[in-house]
Design a protein around this ligand. Sequence first.
Ligand code: ACO
Ligand code: ZN
Length: 164
Amino acid sequence: MVANMETVGYVVRPIASEAELKKVIEINMVTLPEHYPYFFWYEHFELWKDIFLVALVGENIVGYNMCRIEYGLGHVRRGIVKQGHVVSIAVLPEFRRRGIATALMVNAMNAMKDKHGAGEVYLEVRVSNEPAIRLYEKLGFRKVKILKKYYLDGEDAYLMAREL
Ligand code: ACO
Ligand code: ZN
């Protein structure tokens, strides 16, 4: 689960404390337009710690991936399936293009599958968010459908998913 990437100098591991949760929220505030009430963050921290991951460079949190587990109609599998849902992922600008988001995604997907028995993983992403869409496609996600006016400002989302 823990990826210790000495060569590029970062570590990915589950979130460990409420103090770390506060750092994660600070990163969300400066990297994404989608923010959430504290209880929503805390719920994920409490219920799905092993798929709520942080990336550290030295002592500092530089990225996070907050996920949850749901049951729903499959996006890539048939019938009702256990699904991992990537709710929010971000890496601070000065630490991008080092593979940190890839490590956050791969570790979360492995835990979704191995610890929770999830059969697929899905997420929503702005249709204009090229970097994120490329990241997900590189990881084997496919665009499943467009969710019209998904965001508060009226932008559409792609729902992207892959099997686990
Ligand atoms: N332009 C084009 N392709 C990119 C870019 C970019 N700016 N950034 C990443 N990619 C693609 C590339 O294929 C890259 O591989 P490469 O570097 O070998 O070419 C691949 O993604 C993997 O990149 P990583 O280094 O693992 O990704 P990074 O750590 O830079 O983080 C992220 C990517 C999370 C999208 C980052 O840019 C970010 O925090 N953006 C703002 C927040 C955001 O948009 N989050 C996703 C919202 S959707 C959701 O949360 C479900
Ligand atoms: Zn979502």
